[in-house]
Write a protein that binds this ligand. Structure first.
Ligand SMILES: [Fe+2]
Ligand SMILES: [Fe+2]
Length: 149
């Protein structure tokens, strides 16, 4: 390599760091849904496995968007997946998913405000759409749990 070549270092602004935290949570969601879809048992297994797999497609789109955006801002997209707790039974899975989706909604709501402050309207709009997706996920799980006596 040419000695005069300067190494390009990835930017790590507060917004890039926060988006990388979001990307880690999306990776975590993808692995969690995959693990739950594979291991859920009982008479309603087919519906739960199908429901969890459908969510993976949304979380995957979120992860792709975040990775692209982090790189566009000069950062390096993370490869880290945070640890994931396993659940015992469909009901416990749903309760854990409700908690995780609620966290995502809070994080993206906060992030949308930060994008607005950074003057990136496109990012704000996309993050708000992700709030919409996660809210749909949350409401679906809540409806199932509401009639589970
Ligand atoms: Fe997501
Ligand atoms: Fe979600």
């Amino acid at each position: 390599m040419d000695a005069t070549t300067t190494t390009k270092t990835a930017a790590s602004t507060p917004l890039v760091n926060a988006l990388n935290e979001d990307l880690r949570r999306e990776f975590q969601a993808i692995v969690r849904y995959t693990q739950f879809a594979g291991s859920v048992q009982g008479p309603h297994r087919p519906q739960f496995a199908e429901l969890f797999r459908r969510e993976i497609a949304d979380e995957m789109r979120h992860a792709h968007f975040l990775a692209d955006k982090i790189a566009a801002l000069g950062g390096e997209p993370t490869t880290l997946v945070p640890p994931i707790d396993t659940a015992h039974g469909a009901r416990e899975m749903l309760e854990m998913l409700v908690a995780a989706e609620r966290e995502d909604i809070e994080a993206y709501t906060r992030r949308a405000r930060e994008a607005e402050q950074a003057g990136d309207v496109g990012l704000r709009v996309q993050l708000e759409n992700m709030v919409l997706d996660e809210t749909r996920h949350l409401e679906e799980f809540r409806k199932i749990l509401a009639e589970w006596h």
